[in-house]
Design a protein. Structure first.
Lengths: 211, 181
């Protein structure tokens, strides 16, 4: 004799089936092909960006207003300026072209809160040109919500590399993780426990401090 | 879940490709159904379900808990998609769903009733707290308590109780609305 729990389960499943649509006719092979094509395109992009950086052209293009170079060149510059993805286990397999993220005006003060409990994810933080704070992560690896004074990065998957771009002109931007401040830009000064890398970016480990 | 060590596909298929294909064949429809029931947008659900598996393939290795990983990525993708786009009216999609699933010989009145009950179930589901909605959908999709707990950042020991409450509330609300109509 089914109890109430069984009846509830059966009823819920029956009701939910009324919402269903036919699934798409997608094969594993087609998904694999799309993934490979995307990766090939991304690596070509990064190689092209590397060539341009080597020739110094990207620097000129970066500074030129209305540069025709697509946005990914500036992203690749930031990514290549940081620790190479192949050497960074936190970003293995992740590519800027597959990122998702959010851009917000910093206003007079902005707090970026990483609601995170694991210790394997990092934030690659850099001061950038432009007027918006940019926060990016591999698609699906985190969620972003924001209000006027706070940006929350949550549901972060383990071993995720999050890229944070803070405008040089932003009055005050604070990064917090696991309830503690990990980075503060206040006017022209930067306060953080990590030393900047040779490229000027900060590699900040997120999550709670080890006991 | 166990995986064969040798490729199961055609000539040249890598070990990972074979494992990916196995995961895809078992879980793609489940992931699509979860996203479809959550968003009531089969086109979006199809895109996000594929994106979830593209992310898995690009990862280059099978996660320790693949079901929990798939759920987490799918729900994150959905959450980001829903916060960056305005919701379309769902009027067209339920009608399309009714034509897909209904028998061609169903009388027009029956189709209309089915459409109305579907709309009420949709409304009840959308009105639920996000966590309860996700609990219902994941459980109905056959995911175990451990994977649900991992994906929703819950204590595994509490999933059963939370789920029972969510089911009861959903069923009572749906039954009440349907009978009131």
């Amino acid at each position: 004799m089914p109890d109430d729990t069984d009846l509830d389960r059966a009823a819920v499943e029956r009701l939910l089936r009324t919402l269903d649509h036919a699934p798409p006719a997608v094969t594993a092979a087609s998904v694999i092909a799309r993934a490979r094509a995307r990766r090939t395109g991304t690596w070509r992009t990064r190689a092209a960006a590397a060539l341009l950086l080597g020739a110094g052209l990207a620097g000129v293009a970066w500074a030129a207003p209305g540069s025709p170079l697509p946005r990914w060149i500036s992203d690749a510059r930031a990514a290549l300026g940081a620790r190479p993805a192949a050497e960074d286990p936190a970003s293995a397999g992740e590519t800027p072209a597959d990122d998702a993220g959010i851009a917000v005006e910093p206003g007079s003060s902005l707090v970026i809160e990483f609601a995170i409990s694991d210790t394997t994810s990092v934030a690659i933080t850099a001061l950038v040109d432009g007027s918006e704070v940019l926060v990016r992560a591999p698609a699906g690896a985190a969620t972003f919500t924001s209000d006027a004074r706070r940006l929350i990065v949550a549901d972060v998957l383990p071993r995720t590399t999050i890229h944070v771009g803070i405008p040089r002109k932003a009055p005050r931007v604070e990064l917090r993780a696991a309830g503690r401040r990990v980075f503060l830009k206040d006017g022209a000064s930067v306060v953080t426990a990590v030393e900047p890398m040779a490229t000027g970016v900060y590699r900040i480990r997120l999550g709670p401090l080890a006991p | 879940m166990s995986f064969r060590n040798s490729p199961s596909g055609g000539e040249g298929a890598s070990g990972f490709d074979a494992r990916f294909t196995e995961l895809f064949e078992v879980h793609f429809v489940r992931v699509f159904r979860l996203l479809d029931r959550s968003a009531d947008d089969p086109a979006l659900a199809a895109d996000l379900a594929q994106e979830t598996f593209i992310r898995l393939y690009q990862r280059g290795g099978v996660p320790d808990a693949p079901e929990a990983w798939l759920i987490s990525v799918a729900l994150n993708l959905l959450r980001n998609a829903m916060t960056t786009r305005s919701r379309r009216r769902r009027l067209l999609t339920p009608a399309r769903g009714a034509y897909v699933h209904s028998d061609a010989s169903v009388a027009p009145d029956d189709a209309l009733l089915a459409d109305e009950s579907r709309g009420r179930v949709r409304a009840v589901l959308d009105a639920m707290p996000e966590r309860d909605r996700q609990l219902l959908l994941l459980s109905a999709d056959g995911y175990g308590y451990r994977d649900i707990a991992a994906a929703l950042h819950l204590n595994a020991a509490s999933v059963g109780t939370l789920l029972a409450r969510a089911r009861r509330a959903f069923r009572e609300r749906c039954d009440g609305d349907l009978h009131a109509g």
